[in-house]
Design a protein around this ligand. Structure first.
Ligand code: A2P
Length: 326
C-alpha cells in the first residue's frame, strides 16, 4: 500500500473527494518545478496546489502531460488546484484567467479554483478597494465556471471569518475550501471552528513555516527549529517537518508542504504513515501558538493602499485578547 492510498480524503461541497495531503508549488523555481511534480506523482502524491501568480504553471502543465503519457496515472487520479490572481477579480476577467491557467496546465478542468486574496489590484499593480470590485461579483463568475464544467469546486484563500460570512450571504455555491497559512505558531482556532461549522475545508499553506523570502515577516522565528517540535520529532524518530505535517493532518486540515527536493518530497509524504502524535505532544504544540504569520500581508498595505493589516485579517479582537493577557 502506498502512503497516497491511505492519505485521508475529504468530501467537498460538490460531493467530490479532496486528498488531505498535497504538494505546494509556491516558490518552486522554473527549471526545477516540473521534475519535482513528476517526482512527487511517482512517489504517490495525488494533489498538486498551483497558482497563476507562481509563474510556473506552463512547466507544471508539461510535467502533467508527460505523466499522463508515460505513466499509469490519469487526469482523474489527480486533484489539481489553481488560484485567481488579484488583478483578475473583475467579472469580465475571471473566466479568461481560468482559461489561461487551464491552457498553461494543459487541462480541460480544475478540481478546485480559489480566489487567491481578498485584495484587488489593477493590471498595472495599483490597488483598488474591495468595494470597487466586490467579492460577491467575482464569486458569481466563479460559480458560472462551475456550471460550465471548467472547475469542479470553488473556494477562497486568505479569507477571515468575517469575509467568509459575508460571502456566504450571497453565494449560490458555497466555497468548498479556505486556504490559509496555518502551523503551530498560527493555530487560528476561531477560523478552524467556523470553517468546520460551515462545512468549509481548511487547507494549511506554509505548514513548515515557509522559507524566508522578501514577502515573509523577517522577524518570525523558523518553526522547523522550534524546541518543542524538535523534542517531539526526536521522541518519534521523525523529523520536525514530519511532526508539523502529522499535526496538520490530525487537525483535519488539508496540508500542502512545498519542496522541490526528492528526499524531502519523500520525507514529507512518509509523515502520513510514520507515527501518530500522543496527547502530550498535542498539548505541547497547543502551547506554542503565538498567532504570528510568516506571510503577514504587509505587501498589500503599501503607500496609498486601502488595505491595512486590520481590514485584511479582521482580527482586532484576537490581537486584543493576546495583548490583554500579557
Ligand atoms: P525546499 O523546496 O528546498 O525543499 P512551506 O511548505 O511551509 O512553504 O515550506 C517550504 C520550505 O520548507 C521550502 O523552503 C522547502 O525547501 C522547505 N522544506 C520542505 N520540506 C522540508 C523538510 N522536510 N525539511 C526541511 N525543510 C523542508
Amino acid at each position: 500500500m502506498t502512503p497516497s492510498s491511505i492519505v485521508k480524503a475529504y468530501t467537498l461541497v460538490s460531493g467530490r473527494s479532496m486528498p488531505g495531503f498535497g504538494l505546494g508549488t509556491w516558490q518552486s523555481e522554473p527549471g526545477i518545478v516540473g521534475q519535482a511534480v513528476k517526482d512527487a506523482i511517482a512517489l504517490g502524491y495525488r494533489h498538486i496546489d498551483c497558482a497563476a501568480i507562481y509563474g510556473n504553471e506552463p512547466e507544471i502543465g508539461a510535467a502533467f502531460s508527460s505523466v499522463f503519457t508515460d505513466t499509469d496515472v490519469n487526469r482523474e487520479d489527480l486533484f489539481i488546484t489553481s488560484k485567481l490572481w488579484n488583478s483578475k477579480h473583475h467579472p469580465a476577467d475571471v473566466e479568461p484567467a481560468l482559461q489561461q491557467t487551464l491552457s498553461d496546465l494543459g487541462l480541460s478542468y480544475l478540481d478546485l479554483y480559489l480566489i487567491h486574496w481578498p485584495v484587488v489590484l489593477t493590471d498595472d499593480g495599483s490597488y483598488l478597494p474591495l468595494e470597487d470590485v466586490p467579492i460577491s461579483d467575482t464569486w458569481k463568475v466563479m460559480e458560472e465556471c462551475v456550471d460550465k464544467g471548467l472547475v469542479r469546486d470553488i473556494g477562497v484563500s486568505n479569507f477571515s471569518v468575517q469575509k467568509l460570512k459575508s460571502l456566504l450571504e450571497t453565494a449560490r455555491i458555497k466555497p468548498s475550501v479556505n486556504q490559509v497559512e496555518r502551523h503551530p505558531y498560527l493555530q487560528n482556532q476561531e477560523l478552524i471552528d467556523y470553517c468546520k461549522k460551515e462545512g468549509i475545508r481548511l487547507t494549511a499553506y506554509s505548514p513548515l513555516g515557509t522559507s524566508a523570502t522578501k514577502f515573509a515577516n523577517q522577524e518570525a522565528k523558523p518553526i522547523l527549529k522550534d524546541a518543542s517540535i524538535n523534542e517531539i520529532a526526536t521522541k518519534h524518530g521523525a523529523t520536525p517537518a514530519q511532526v508539523l505535517i502529522q499535526w496538520a493532518l490530525e487537525c483535519d486540515t488539508v496540508v500542502i508542504p512545498k519542496s522541490t527536493k526528492l528526499h524531502r518530497l519523500k520525507e514529507n509524504l512518509e509523515a502520513v504513515t510514520k507515527f501518530k502524535l500522543d496527547a502530550d505532544d498535542v498539548a505541547k504544540i497547543k502551547a506554542i501558538d503565538e498567532h504570528t504569520r510568516y506571510l503577514d500581508g504587509e505587501m498589500w498595505c503599501g503607500e496609498g493602499s486601502p488595505y491595512t493589516l486590520e481590514n485584511l485579517w479582521n482580527e482586532e479582537h484576537i490581537i486584543k485578547t493576546a495583548t490583554d493577557e500579557l
